[in-house]
Write a protein that binds this ligand. Structure first.
Ligand SMILES: NC(=O)c1ccc[n+]([C@@H]2O[C@H](COP(=O)([O-])OP(=O)(O)OC[C@H]3O[C@@H](n4cnc5c(N)ncnc54)[C@H](O)[C@@H]3O)[C@@H](O)[C@H]2O)c1
Length: 318
């Protein structure tokens, strides 16, 4: 696909971060876009920014939709068909995702585990299931599913369990790779891409906390106690501020911006690369895990990654 002019795209999670940047860059390239999110205000901001930055006469619509709810995704499809007067799609970016649900063993909050898994896995699954027939109606189309480096490396460090997110992101990667064989056999004009970003500067930390209804202070205190940190001097308010500050640091210390990440993803789609590693950190970690998988969960492994100048944010207390 050389050009996005007059193409029709869906972007999930277009309110902020990489989703917003995908919307902005697609619209700037002359692509019509229907985007969905759980955050209406954020989507309106995306819309204003995107429309101000294009010279093309494009349609950009925003839709309130929880991607982990199949009925919502079906309603999103019906709305976009009516508002864009289309039966086909050229591009679908299943991008929406949240973090959370760290420990499977000790977390008392099973809801948080399942919510994280549902958004990250079922969001992609429903997005693929609902929109594939529309992609198949185009002469050439692309399904772009966002996994993560956590889709092939199930950790953010040896001291931080990360089970729900990793399980979902491995599922997205496995499903999308398997889908490519299925598509080659049954719909060779549709290509599936798996996106595996490294550390990207977004507000995913803050947004994930909001999606879970606020920080789980009880669990955070438990985690601190496990690490021998005495938290009895820290008030709930201070702990809350620390969590927000950590989310901000995650955004500000990232080596790759959301804008750079979206540009990498869109270039890879144009060039028909199905395996999209985003950022030098992702490339290095992919090589390292494949080179020595047995060693991937040893503390020394993260240290080697840090020594190469990657994932500095995850060095502290992980
Ligand atoms: N930022 C990173 O370092 C990083 C690394 C690897 C993978 N990812 C993945 O990239 C994708 C985009 O993340 P981001 O970093 O831009 O985060 P972000 O929080 O900035 O953007 C995610 C968007 O998805 C929306 N969203 C959340 N739950 C939703 C739901 N149930 N239905 C619809 N929309 C929902 C949020 O409101 C937000 O606008 C996610 O799938 C994430 O897991 C991010």
């Amino acid at each position: 696909m050389d050009s996005f002019v007059e193409k029709m795209a869906v972007v999930t999670g277009g309110g902020t971060g990489m989703g917003r940047e995908l919307v902005r860059q697609l619209v700037a390239s002359g692509c019509h876009v229907a985007t969905c999110d759980i955050n209406l205000d954020a989507m309106e901001e995306t819309s204003e920014i995107a429309l101000a930055g294009t010279q093309f006469d494009v349609r950009l619509t925003t839709h309130l939709c929880d991607v982990s709810d199949e009925a919502d995704v079906l309603a999103f499809r019906d709305q976009l068909q009516a508002r864009h007067h289309v039966e086909h799609l050229d591009l679908v970016f299943n991008n929406a995702g949240i973090g959370g649900g760290g420990s499977f063993v000790t977390d008392e909050d099973r809801m948080a585990w399942e919510k994280t898994f549902d958004v990250c896995w079922y969001g992609v699954y429903y997005g693929s299931r609902v929109f594939l027939p529309m992609l198949m109606r185009s002469p050439k189309s692309h399904l772009v599913n966002t996994s993560s480096i956590n889709g092939f490396w199930a950790t953010v460090g040896p001291r931080t369990p990360h089970t729900a997110y990793c399980a979902a992101k491995f599922a997205v990667k496995g499903f999308t790779e398997a889908l490519n064989i299925d598509l080659r056999l049954h719909a060779p004009h549709v290509m599936a891409h798996v996106v595996m970003p490294g550390h990207i500067g977004t507000d995913i930390g803050r947004n994930s906390i909001d999606a879970h209804g606020g920080p789980d202070l009880k669990q955070i205190r438990k985690n601190l106690a496990e690490r021998g940190v005495r938290d009895d001097q820290i008030s709930d308010e201070e702990l809350n501020d620390l969590v927000i500050a950590q989310g901000r640091r995650f955004r500000d210390e990232a080596p790759t911006t959301a804008s750079e990440a979206a540009a990498i993803i869109l270039d890879a789609v144009r060039q028909e690369n199905w395996r999209i590693l985003v950022g030098e950190d992702a490339v290095f970690i992919d090589e390292s895990v494949r080179g020595n998988p047995e060693f991937a969960y040893e503390p020394e492994f993260l240290k080697r990654i840090n020594d190469q100048g990657h994932l500095g944010f995850f060095r502290r207390g992980t």
